[in-house]
Design a protein around this ligand. Structure first.
Ligand SMILES: [Zn+2]
Length: 137
């Protein structure tokens, strides 16, 4: 998907100038070549942080652009909010809703799939051809 684009000098939010390609509207770095102060969502999470409502400001791409990750500013990151009993209750309700098959109107032991939110059996039995691409897997 990613076309090769030329390397440009890009000014970062803190005034630093770095070399980066410009792809998908974002400064793009090679794997391991991201400048200081940027981190992936997983790196933020490992440090107990979250993007905190801020969008990605850059990205890294590797494996010829088939793999990519968004980069967020560490200085804008917020601390992960601790789970409270109320948040766990909401989380469990959310997961329970994901296990409700809308075709046979019952809870199942796995998350439902597809646009019709069906259990595996109903999904496999459904012969509608609306979403053939989803049946490939
Ligand atoms: Zn079902």
């Amino acid at each position: 998907m990613s076309r090769r684009s030329r390397v440009d000098v890009v000014q970062l939010w803190d005034g630093r100038h770095v070399l980066a390609r410009h792809e998908d509207g974002l400064p793009t770095f090679r794997f391991g070549a991201a400048p200081r102060g940027l981190a992936t969502r997983r790196q933020l999470r490992a440090a107990g942080l979250r993007p905190g409502g801020h969008g990605p400001v850059a990205q890294i791409k590797w494996k010829r652009g088939r793999r990519w990750a968004a980069l967020y500013r560490v200085d804008l990151a917020a601390v992960v909010r601790p789970m409270t009993p109320a948040r766990w209750t909401a989380h469990k309700a959310m997961m329970r809703a994901r296990r409700f098959c809308r075709t046979h109107m019952a809870y199942v032991d796995h998350c439902v799939v597809g646009p019709l939110k069906q259990c595996r059996d109903c999904f496999a039995a459904d012969t509608t051809e609306d979403y053939p691409e989803m049946r490939a897997a």
